[in-house]
Design a binder for this molecule. Structure first.
Ligand SMILES: CC(C)(COP(=O)(O)OP(=O)(O)OC[C@H]1O[C@@H](n2cnc3c(N)ncnc32)[C@H](O)[C@@H]1OP(=O)(O)O)[C@@H](O)C(=O)NCCC(=O)NCCS
Length: 80
């Protein structure tokens, strides 16, 4: 997910993520959501943690980013 630079820190990312979780949980019966996020993406990691995602592990050298291999977190949300 991505929010345009000019509209960040206004609650849009949180609203989008919460809408996705609510649709998955209440309308589709999905009990587990997964995502990957680069380990240095503090803004996204904070957003995901606030929404209830937990870190399940580190994916070493997950993807090539501007010529360097970067690590990513595997995160998941589970219905409680
Ligand atoms: C991550 C992203 C989607 C957040 O969208 P947003 O609309 O700016 O986020 P919100 O305003 O809803 O913020 C929700 C929470 O996210 C965290 N957050 C968002 N931007 C942050 C920043 N620059 N620094 C630290 N925390 C941040 C905060 O915890 C925030 O809660 P708070 O404002 O109560 O502190 C946005 O920064 C983005 O598009 N980034 C580039 C694309 C990207 O990295 N996507 C994720 C790929 S895995």
């Amino acid at each position: 997910m991505s929010v345009h630079d000019d509209y960040r820190r206004r609650g849009i990312g949180r609203a989008l993520l919460n809408a996705l979780i609510e649709a998955a949980d209440r309308w589709h019966g999905i009990s587990r959501l997964e995502l990957t996020v680069f380990t240095d993406n503090e803004a996204a990691i904070r957003l995901y943690r606030q929404a209830g995602f937990v870190t399940e592990g580190v994916l070493k050298s997950y993807a090539l980013r501007d010529g360097m291999l970067a690590d990513a977190f595997a995160m998941a949300w589970l219905r409680t």
